[in-house]
Design a protein around this ligand. Structure first.
Ligand SMILES: CC(C)(COP(=O)(O)OP(=O)(O)OC[C@H]1O[C@@H](n2cnc3c(N)ncnc32)[C@H](O)[C@@H]1OP(=O)(O)O)[C@@H](O)C(=O)NCCC(=O)NCCS
Length: 172
């Protein structure tokens, strides 16, 4: 909801997260909440279901049934909540949105996210070489994006193998 955006922007602007993402203007978040092609979620966890992060999906009405995990940012990394979240998002994409392809891009230096996506079945499609400008002034440089995807039949094979059971996270 629009009333969640102070929280969303504060998590997104956290220096620990900024290095891994390209932050949006608040108006872009407002657009994603309103635009039917997008889904903008708050992630809640713990006994009191406190907000601990957010997720944005795009392409939810894409005629090619290619749904994008546009952004996932969690405040408390390393508790298994990212895995729990990605698993729920796959179910949402393939079961509820009837996706054929669920895809994302991730900065090549984001080892944690790369490892998480690969271990959740996402396959590397290729790299957008030096496609993101990073740093400023004399320290500015380029970073590459890794494009990864999971197809519906690959998801089904994982589900049949028991690899898609609900995962609650270690500290959830
Ligand atoms: C990426 C993110 C969503 C992952 O969520 P998380 O809750 O931290 O991830 P999990 O605790 O579920 O751990 C996922 C895997 O990453 C591994 N991992 C943790 N830190 C790591 C590191 N520094 N290098 C490599 N792998 C790492 C974990 O060991 C785990 O794998 P395992 O279960 O095989 O051990 C979260 O860290 C985050 O929001 N980061 C900042 C924003 C960001 O990078 N978003 C993604 C942009 S594409």
């Amino acid at each position: 909801m629009l009333s969640d955006l102070d929280f969303v922007v504060s998590v997104e602007q956290d220096a620990r997260n900024l290095v891994f993402i390209t932050p949006w203007e608040r108006t872009q978040h407002e657009g994603a909440i309103r635009f039917p092609d997008s889904r903008h979620f708050i992630v809640e966890a713990g006994d009191q279901w406190e907000p601990i992060g957010f997720v944005i999906l795009q392409g939810c009405r894409n005629p090619n049934r290619s749904v994008e995990l546009k952004r996932i940012v969690l405040q408390t990394p390393g508790r298994g909540l990212g895995r729990a979240c990605v698993r729920m998002l796959k179910q949402l994409a393939f079961r509820d949105l009837a996706a054929h392809r669920f895809w994302l891009d991730v900065k090549s230096l984001n080892a944690r996210a790369l490892r998480l996506y690969a271990s959740e079945g996402f396959v590397e499609e290729g790299r957008l070489r030096e496609s993101v400008r990073v740093g400023t002034g004399e320290t500015a440089g380029w970073e590459s994006l890794v494009v990864m995807s999971l197809l519906d039949r690959e998801y089904q094979a994982r589900a049949d193998a028991g690899l898609e059971t609900a995962f609650s996270g270690y500290g959830a």
